[in-house]
Design a protein around this ligand. Structure first.
Ligand code: SF4
Length: 251
């Protein structure tokens, strides 16, 4: 009768020594990654990046036109997967037709859907706008709440929208707006290794001073729209070229 084989495979002495030899190399690689990460977020380097952004975009601001925090909230909801230019076009007539939260809260859904249709995803956006407006009217006395905790209870509002409303609408630095531009640039500039917006925001909040969070978000977004564009960054026009660690620079 054949002897029962154990589940474990026998490993030859040759293979074992090869594996032992590979260990230090892996450790060295890990050390290098950690060192690179530290270099990317070195306080002096981060300060230099903040300075360059401030130099290039001293007047950076939110490009969604609005007259108050409520209009900004509605426009920010509309801006998902849509350009600010298109949102501004739609919002111009929208806020005349629906001048207060009550008007959105008790609108006819099919009519509101058609009013915001050019911004895309109009059915979901209608649900979010009506739900958020209803809650503002019925639970917050018709006023946009001023804390992230409360804003996050509104339908269609996640941290990005909350940060836009608090930062631009009220001047409250609650965090860093992480949109598609901030997501791309903070990785290209080696300020984070993360891909999840929530984790990127935590990293950016950790390495930048709170009194720069609002402006830093605007400046990164402006840089992402004007110079560090997605497909082919215009590195020759970038004042951070010497600081940049991106693998896809074009100079
Ligand atoms: S050097 Fe190029 S990739 Fe780096 S931040 Fe500037 S534009 Fe973006």
């Amino acid at each position: 009768m054949a002897k029962k084989q154990s589940g474990k495979k026998k490993t030859s002495g040759k293979k074992l020594s090869a594996r032992k030899a590979a260990k230090p190399a892996r450790k060295a690689k890990n050390r290098k990654t950690a060192a690179t990460r530290r270099a990317g977020t070195d306080p002096k380097r981060v300060a230099a990046i903040l300075e360059k952004l401030a130099e290039a975009y001293p007047d950076a601001n939110c490009e969604l036109k609005h007259e108050n925090a409520f209009q900004l909230l509605i426009s920010t909801i509309l801006s998902a997967q849509c350009t600010d230019v298109r949102v501004n076009q739609v919002a111009a007539t929208l806020h005349v037709k629906y001048p207060k939260p009550e008007a959105f809260a008790y609108a006819t859904p099919s009519e509101l859907e058609q009013d915001i249709r050019p911004t895309g995803f109009f059915r979901n956006k209608t649900k979010s706008i009506m739900g958020a407006s209803k809650k503002i009217v019925e639970e917050f006395g018709g006023e946009v709440p001023r804390t992230m905790e409360e804003l996050l209870t509104l339908p269609g509002v996640a941290r990005k929208t909350g940060n836009v409303v608090l930062g631009t609408g009220f001047g409250i630095a609650s965090g860093v707006v992480v949109d598609t531009h901030v997501q791309r640039l903070s990785r290209r500039l080696d300020l984070t290794q993360e891909e999840d917006p929530k984790k990127i925001e935590q990293d950016l909040m950790r390495i930048t001073p709170q009194d720069r969070w609002i402006q830093f978000s605007h400046q990164l977004i402006w840089h992402g729209r004007r110079v560090c564009v997605a497909r082919k960054p215009r590195c020759a026009q970038c004042n951070m070229e010497k600081l940049c660690h991106a693998s896809d620079t074009t100079v």
